[in-house]
Design a protein around this ligand. Structure first.
Ligand SMILES: [Zn+2]
Length: 309
């Protein structure tokens, strides 16, 4: 009985707190109901929008942890969310390969912005087949360009919040600059000969270029293209010849391909370990450090340094 009474009082207090909070922020135009509905495709893009939009926006990510953006198709619920948004942010460069039609359709109705849109062509990686590599978030300095796109798009949509967006962006860009320098310094501690990063798919091209690491993926830059036996064999050759000690699984790609590599190398008498799980095309669970962009990069850098050094 006493417990129930306490619970009742606690709920009452909570109710008052909610009402008070509603009034307080209501004056500033940022009560939950007043927030600008923003929809982002990947978790990384959503994280940008949250950091820069602050409490003026309510951001929904369509793709959660472990979801592969190359293969993602929008459900009816996702389409409803896109329709309710006032602005949509996506990565672009065909990362969201199966959302092309819906994004074109949305662009006719509301600002639908590719965060990669302002990256100069000469800074993009292009495959032998002439395809642009979409994994720009792995070079923190490129992701800073994406942050500027989000800032300017929000300023244009909601000029009243301009100073908030600019301040948030300035603080976040400073954090990213620090992250970039930290990652470079950490990765530089791996002896040059051991700086080879082998993963399931080619998500780390920008990472390799930015931080001076050779990268090799079993699948190409999109997981939509499957790998064949020849690719597997070639990769096993690389592991054996270069005496590579560790390969990495990715949270958004089935681990079977990397296990096949480990087995293949073992059959040739070369022991390779799995150097841990990297967050490549999706962030970690919400509420964990890896559930943010900064945390995911830190996790990856630590795992790579630990396994290769
Ligand atoms: Zn990818």
């Amino acid at each position: 009985m006493l417990r129930r009474l306490r619970l009742g009082l606690a709920l009452l207090a909570l109710g008052i707190a909610v009402v008070t909070a509603g009034c307080a922020t209501g004056q500033a135009g940022t009560a939950a109901g007043d927030r600008i509905p923003v929809v982002a495709t990947t978790g990384m893009v959503a994280d940008l929008a949250r950091n820069i939009g602050g409490d003026r926006v309510a951001v929904t990510a369509l793709m959660g942890p472990g979801v592969d953006p190359h293969l993602f198709k929008a459900s009816e619920g996702d389409i409803a969310r896109l329709q309710q948004a006032r602005i949509i942010f996506y990565n672009g460069l065909h990362l969201e390969g199966r959302m092309g039609d819906i994004l074109v359709k949305m662009a006719r109705e509301k600002p639908t912005v590719a965060v990669a849109e302002r990256i100069p062509e000469e800074r993009l990686l292009i495959t032998e087949d002439g395809v642009e590599d979409p994994h720009i978030w792995f070079d923190v300095s490129l992701w800073m360009e994406a942050a500027a796109v989000v800032r300017d798009s929000l300023v244009q949509l909601d000029p009243e919040g301009a100073s908030t967006y600019r301040q948030n962006a300035e603080a976040y860009l400073a954090e990213l600059k620090g992250l970039d320098e930290w990652a470079r310094a950490e990765l530089a501690t791996i002896p040059v000969g051991r700086r080879v990063l082998v993963t399931a798919h080619d998500a780390f091209g920008y990472f390799g270029r930015a931080y001076d690491i050779e990268v090799a993926g079993l699948q190409g830059i999109s997981t939509a293209t499957e790998y064949g036996l020849a690719d597997l064999q070639q990769m096993i050759d690389l592991l054996v010849e270069r005496e590579i000690k560790a390969v990495f699984i990715e949270s958004s790609v089935p681990r079977s391909s990397i296990e096949a590599l480990v087995e293949g190398a073992a059959a040739r008498g070369h022991q390779v370990s799995i150097g841990g799980e990297l967050f490549s095309d999706a962030m970690g669970p919400e509420g964990t450090p890896e559930g943010t962009y900064v945390g995911m990069i830190r996790h990856n850098v630590r795992a790579i340094v630990e396994a290769l050094r």
